[in-house]
Write a protein that binds this ligand. Structure first.
Ligand code: NAD
Length: 483
């Protein structure tokens, strides 16, 4: 199977923060990959704009080094890289001053797609948006791409939305949640809405519960000062896990288009019940094997910021009333694994005597590693000796099923940037969606702050705090193992 590449229109893409970590690790290598795939028309240009006094040649050298460092050797083609580098330019610019803006204005073309990627600290988003319009650089069709974090609570998110709205319309604003660019995350929608198989069962009548897990092995070492202002709830749940929950729980949109999909996601967030304090478990990893614990990494020995959180959520609507959604995410856990597991209920009546062998059907959608799906079904245990039941997995690895075509799959940032150029906002968060997610998250955070709750310690390399296990055991359920 060969994947199809449809070239986008010619563009000028300005990356504010073009010398930063994100630009070097993800955005610029990703753009090279799209160029290599033939998706980026040759007359397109990428303009790095940041604080350092670089020349075009310096910037090209930096990008060549980033490609060499962050892409596998098999994807590096010297001739293509050289060609790609000629599309790159650099302008030293000050988001808070006047320097660089006249040069940018002179460079940007009005007759191609204009996109401005704000890969800088969110404190600069307003400055950039204001200068792009006051200097008359951004045309009426220009797009801006804003990185996370989008606010740290409802008030800051509203303020940021209001600031951006002074300069750009909602249709021009692309709020990135790179989870939405992942192949498997989009597959959630394909699995649900392109098959008749699952949708009739996709409701509380048949679904016992849903588990959403995003487990990381990394610590916060090196970014402890930032992380201490955030924590797992703000850094992961309010955005990434919330998006996954929305895609699992939403009603079928009438069409796969931005307004329809985002309307349905918003309805899910608005239908979320407040989370009870006893349904929240927060944790902090301990030191192990010579590596520091959270408190050493945070620089604040008294920090109460959580590096792990587990929550039980309920969605109050017709489809999901009574089906709990368990969410968990954390750092320094046993394995790096993201998955969604939908556990179905028992059949209404069993005709078999072998009650012991029976297990629930579970549909697992693996986001990483080894993206794929696994459906656990009951069959007869082979051999003589009567009807004994055994559970077997119907396992599908997308890499195996799709062969070579899968190797070419663009990574999340590549796909999302191409969507910006195409003007497709389906996989970006709308302003009201972000605000609704904060409106749900704020009281949860305020609750534990007001109670003075301390996160529970957990061993590095474990699957999280003991109480997280209890959160499930209490309900007669158990987490799937993190492997
Ligand atoms: P960084 O600190 O590595 O880079 C910051 C960039 O901003 C540099 O290019 C710097 O020159 C530029 N800059 C700073 N002040 C400026 C000014 N006054 N005028 C013009 N340019 C200025 O940051 P980063 O890690 O690349 O992160 C950028 C954004 O992406 C942030 O919003 C961050 O939260 C978000 N983000 C980063 C990652 C990541 O993995 N690094 C992941 C998700 C989101």
């Amino acid at each position: 199977m060969v994947s199809r590449v449809i070239p986008v229109e010619p563009f000028d893409l300005v990356i504010f923060g073009g010398t930063g970590d994100l630009a070097r690790r993800k955005i610029l290598p990703g753009l090279y990959r799209r160029f290599q795939a033939g998706q980026m028309p040759p007359e397109s240009r990428i303009i790095g704009a940041a604080r350092g006094e670089l020349t075009d040649a310096d910037f090209r050298g930096m990008v060549a080094a980033a490609i060499a460092e962050f892409l596998p050797a098999a994807q590096q083609d010297a001739a293509v890289i050289e060609d790609f580098l000629t599309r790159l330019h650099y302008i030293p610019i000050d988001a808070k001053g006047d320097s660089g803006w006249p040069q940018l204005k002179a460079l940007i073309r009005a007759d191609v797609v204009q996109a401005f990627y704000f890969s800088v600290a969110p404190a600069l988003f307003g400055d950039l948006a204001g200068r792009l319009t006051s200097w008359g650089i951004a045309g009426p069709e220009a797009r801006i791409v804003v990185e996370k974090p989008f606010g740290r609570d409802l008030a800051t998110a509203q303020a940021l939305n209001a600031t951006l709205a002074q300069h750009f319309s909602e249709g021009q604003i692309y709020r990135i949640d790179h989870y939405l660019g992942k192949e498997t995350v989009q597959n959630l929608m394909a699995v649900r809405f392109a098959n008749i198989l699952f949708e009739p069962l996709w409701k509380s009548e048949y679904v016992d519960h849903v588990q959403i897990t995003v487990a990381e092995t990394v610590s916060v070492e090196g970014r402890g000062a930032y992380y201490d202002t955030s924590g797992a709830m703000r850094d992961m749940v309010q955005n990434h896990l919330m998006q996954l929950l929305c895609l699992i729980a939403m009603e079928p949109p009438y069409h796969f288009d931005p307004a329809a999909v985002r309307d349905e996601k918003l309805k899910v967030i608005r239908a979320l019940d407040p989370v009870r304090p006893e349904d929240i478990v927060r944790g902090q990893y301990l030191a192990s094997n010579g590596q520091g614990g959270y408190l050493e990494h945070s620089e604040n020995p008294q920090s109460r910021t959580e590096s792990y959180i587990a929550l039980k959520c309920h969605i109050s609507n017709w489809r999901w009333k009574g089906t709990p959604f368990y969410l968990r995410t954390g750092k320094r856990l046993r394995a790096r694994a993201s998955e969604i597991a939908i556990t179905f209920k028992e059949p209404p009546h069993s005709i078999f005597d072998d009650a012991e062998g029976w297990r629930e059907n579970v549909l697992v959608i693996r986001l990483q590693p080894d993206e794929g799906m696994n459906l656990k079904v009951m069959i007869k245990e082979p051999g003589p000796g009567g009807m004994r039941l055994v559970q077997v997995p119907l396992d599908m690895s997308f890499a195996e099923a799709l062969g070579d075509a899968h190797g070419d799959v663009p990574d999340a940032y590549e796909r999302l940037i191409m969507d910006v150029i195409r003007g497709n906002q389906t996989l970006f968060m709308r302003g009201d969606e972000v605000e609704a997610a904060w409106a749900w998250a704020d009281p949860i955070i305020e609750g534990w702050e007001a109670r003075g709750d301390r996160p529970q310690p957990y061993d590095a390399g474990s699957s999280g705090p003991e109480d997280a296990l209890m959160l499930m055991h209490r309900d007669g359920r158990r987490w799937r193992e993190i492997r």
